[in-house]
Write a protein that binds this ligand. Sequence first.
Ligand code: SAM
Ligand code: MG
Length: 196
Amino acid sequence: TGSTRPQRILRAVQKNSTRGSPCSVVNAIDDYCKHKEWAMNVGDEKGIIVDDVVLELKPITVLELGTYCAYSTVRIANLLPPEAKLITLEFNAESAAIAREIITWAGLEEKIQLIIGASGDWIPRLKEEFGIETFDLVFLDHWKDRYLPDTKLLEKCGLLKPGAVLLADNVICPGTPDYLDYVRNSPRMAGRGAEE
Ligand code: SAM
Ligand code: MG
C-alpha cells in the first residue's frame, strides 16, 4: 500500500474518533491496534496502570521518553490537571510528525510539548530551553538500553523532583535488568513501579 503503520493509525483516528475528544482518540487507536495491526503503544491494559499513577500523583510536570504515535501522550495528558505540562521526546521524525497530528486532533497541543530528537541529547537541554525545574513523573517507554543511562542523566541534570515517580514499560519483557537493578538498589530511588 505504500503507507506506514503510523500513517494508518492516523487515518483510523481521523475516521473513528471525534476531534477534540482525547478519550475517543485513545479508543480509536486501541480498537485499530486490537483488530487490524499491532503497534507498540502501551495499550489499554497497561494504560489503566498508567492512568492510576497519573490520577493519584496529579503531576504538574511530566516527561515521556518515546512518543511513537502519541497514544500514551494523549492518554496521560488528558488526565493531567489544567496547569500541567507534558514534554514528550521522539527521535523518529516520521513518527513524530504523525504524533503531532494526533495531538492536535485530540485538542491537546497546549498541554503537550513534543520534541523531535534523542533523549540523550535533549535531557541536558530541557531546563534551559523549556524552563523546566524538575519532573514529577517520568514515563520511560523508549529503547530499553536507554532506560538506565537516561535515568542517571535525569538525576545528574537535577531533573527529578524528590519523590518523583519513574514509570517504566517493558522492564520484564523484553527486560531491562540493569535499570531494574539500579532503581531497586540505589539509595536515592524508592523503587516503585508497575513492572511488566
Ligand atoms: N509511549 C508510546 C505509546 O505508548 O504510545 C510508545 C513508544 S514506542 C514503544 C518507543 C518509541 O521510542 C519509538 O517511537 C522510538 O522511535 C522512540 N525512541 C527510542 N529511543 C529513543 C531515544 N533515545 N530518544 C527518543 N526517542 C526514542
Ligand atoms: Mg512499551
